[in-house]
Design a protein around this ligand. Structure first.
Ligand code: FMN
Length: 297
């Protein structure tokens, strides 16, 4: 192994990982697992078949590994005097039926900041190519990130949020603002687009869509294709933060895996050679007023 020369690094930064270093497995995986309209037809038939076959349904309802022949010790789970976080975890549910509601911009702001904002800044010294000491800042976020490289971006599809026109916005954590990506939409027009793109999204009065995207090169430059693992893992951290923060505010979050990737890419106005959508989440006010769900134990 040898270290790359600065000009080689520069080339890496501008052109990404050369094809011959590895085979861009991450990009191929992303491209080949896109949901497309033609594929969706076959997929729909497959889902219908599998869900009407009792054998598969029974298997799907028991996703637990057990080791019958090994010794066990029963867990000692506190169910009575539980913490606020434990309550939130019990109360988090994907909502399917929603009430009419308007989301306060402050709640959206808090969800964005506490899920993926910049929560701490630390000054550090590094040595540059000419051996000069230079001061840089390290920006901490609420989620862990491989290499502290934070590959994700967050977009907001605002539908029913106080004081913001329906439209697409980008969360800029550096300046703590949301930036307009598109000109405003009429609510019905934007909703119409969403029903077209998100096959997995029930037609309900959603308040906001939060789309986690990734700029893979932020991690690919260090980890090559293994970065794609981190990108998916870290998106889960952000999504869980968003879900629990929304639950804390009496809202529910539906993660949506059913969507046409290419159409979402064009709605967000991103260049998929640089940035790709990873995880869409929709926030709504659940119809069910049930406050607490009892633990299964
Ligand atoms: C990655 C992912 C994708 C999902 N996609 C959809 C979807 O497209 N449509 C939908 O109605 N629910 C979707 N869900 C929600 C699941 O159906 C739901 O989480 C599951 O039934 C468990 O229920 P709970 O979230 O209330 O605990 C998705 C969940 C995850 C984690």
């Amino acid at each position: 192994m040898r270290f790359l020369k600065p000009e080689e690094y520069r080339e890496l930064l501008t052109k990404g990982i050369p094809e011959n270093v590895e085979e861009r497995i991450g990009e191929i995986f992303f491209e080949n697992t896109k949901l497309r309209r033609l594929f969706k037809q076959y997929y729909g038939v497959h889902l219908k078949n599998i869900l009407s076959t009792p054998y598969f349904v029974q298997r799907m309802l028991l996703p637990f590994k057990t080791l019958p022949s090994s010794e066990g010790r029963r867990l000692e789970i506190e169910t009575g005097n539980i913490t606020f976080l434990e309550k939130l975890i019990l109360n988090r549910r994907s909502p399917y039926k929603l009430k009419d509601h308007i989301m306060d911009f402050k709640i959206l702001s808090n969800i964005l900041y506490y899920s993926y904002g910049i929560t701490k800044k630390k000054e550090m010294e590094i040595i540059d190519e000419w051996n000069n000491k230079i001061k840089v800042f390290y920006y901490y976020r609420p989620t862990p990130s491989a290499g502290g490289l934070y590959p994700h971006e967050i977009y907001i599809i605002a539908l029913r949020v106080s004081g913001i026109d329906p439209g697409i916005y980008h969360y800029n954590p550096f300046e703590s603002i949301i930036e307009k990506v598109s000109s405003s939409y009429k609510l019905r027009v934007l909703e119409g687009k969403l029903w077209e793109i998100f096959t997995g999204l029930p037609e309900e009065p959603w308040l906001v869509g939060i789309i986690i995207t990734a700029i893979p090169n932020r991690q690919v430059i260090k980890y090559f294709s293994r970065a794609y693992r981190f990108i998916f893992l870290e998106a889960g951290h952000i999504a869980q933060n968003i879900s629990l923060l929304a639950t804390a505010n009496g809202l529910g979050v539906l993660p949506v895996g059913g969507y046409y990737d290419d159409e979402l890419i064009s709605l967000l106005n991103i260049d998929q050679r640089i940035e790709i959508p990873i995880y869409p989440l929709f926030v709504g006010k659940p119809k069910s007023t049930k406050k607490e769900i009892k633990s299964g134990y």
